[in-house]
Design a protein around this ligand. Structure first.
Ligand code: GTP
Ligand code: MG
Length: 203
């Protein structure tokens, strides 16, 4: 359970992130998929991470300290078309450096919009995670926006696509930042990762 959540620092340079002295998990996904909103929902602090209706809100690597014990990281979204090429390349290299070099990173949650059919950009990103050995799990967002039938249909299709990338279906969660669906399951899973990391099971 998350009892305490505090903002620590924002960075553009992965090298300036806090000392990697504790477990860390990060949220990533397309711009506007709901990363910051879900962080606010699972921490119970509605204004912890900045959210916006306009894509491209989060532009930095944002560290939050949870329960004085582990870091939760909010990242900028990928696939945001409305920035110039230089800015885009800057973000991409910042994110890829962070994801591949951050030594205490024990889980990366790739957020997927549950309203949509499988998107190429998400599948490409997952493929990249697979080749780089980035430990990815899936979080389907905005489940409140359509019927459960539609959500399940989209998720089934997406998972089928992931089988072309991974041998096993990745861990996945169905969530809504609006009504809190999936919050307990996701938090419990993160806490398990943190415990495993602390007990040295993940190297
Ligand atoms: P960037 O920082 O721009 O990459 O976006 P983000 O992924 O952090 O998205 P953000 O949390 O800012 O949310 C984008 C928009 O989607 C906001 O208008 C949110 O209110 C809305 N939103 C996020 N999650 C949900 C959800 O679960 N349900 C509904 N109905 N709306 C959501
Ligand atoms: Mg954001």
């Amino acid at each position: 359970m998350i009892q305490k959540a505090q903002f620590v620092i924002s960075n553009t340079n992965p090298g300036n992130c806090p000392k990697p002295d504790r477990a860390e998990v990060a949220f990533i996904g397309r711009s506007n998929v709901g990363k910051s909103s879900l962080i606010n929902r699972i921490t119970g602090k509605s204004d912890l991470a900045k959210t916006s209706q306009k894509p491209g809100k989060t532009q930095l690597i944002n560290h939050f300290m949870i329960n004085d014990r582990w870091y939760l990281v909010d990242l900028p979204g990928y696939g945001f078309a409305k920035v110039n090429v230089k800015v885009k390349q800057g973000w991409e290299s910042m994110i890829s450096t962070y994801l591949t070099k951050r030594e205490n990173l024990c889980g990366v949650f790739v957020l997927i919009d549950s309203r949509l059919e499988p998107q190429k950009i998400d599948l490409e990103f997952l493929l990249w995670c697979g080749t780089e050995g980035v430990p990815a799990a899936l979080v389907f967002t905005k489940a409140d926006k359509q019927s459960k039938t539609k959500t399940d249909q989209n998720i089934r299709k997406f998972l089928k696509k992931t089988q072309e990338i991974f041998e096993e279906i990745p861990d996945y969660f169905i969530t809504s930042a609006e009504n809190g669906q999936g919050k307990e399951e996701l938090t419990a899973f993160i806490e398990e990762l943190v415990q495993e990391y602390e007990s040295g099971e993940i190297i």
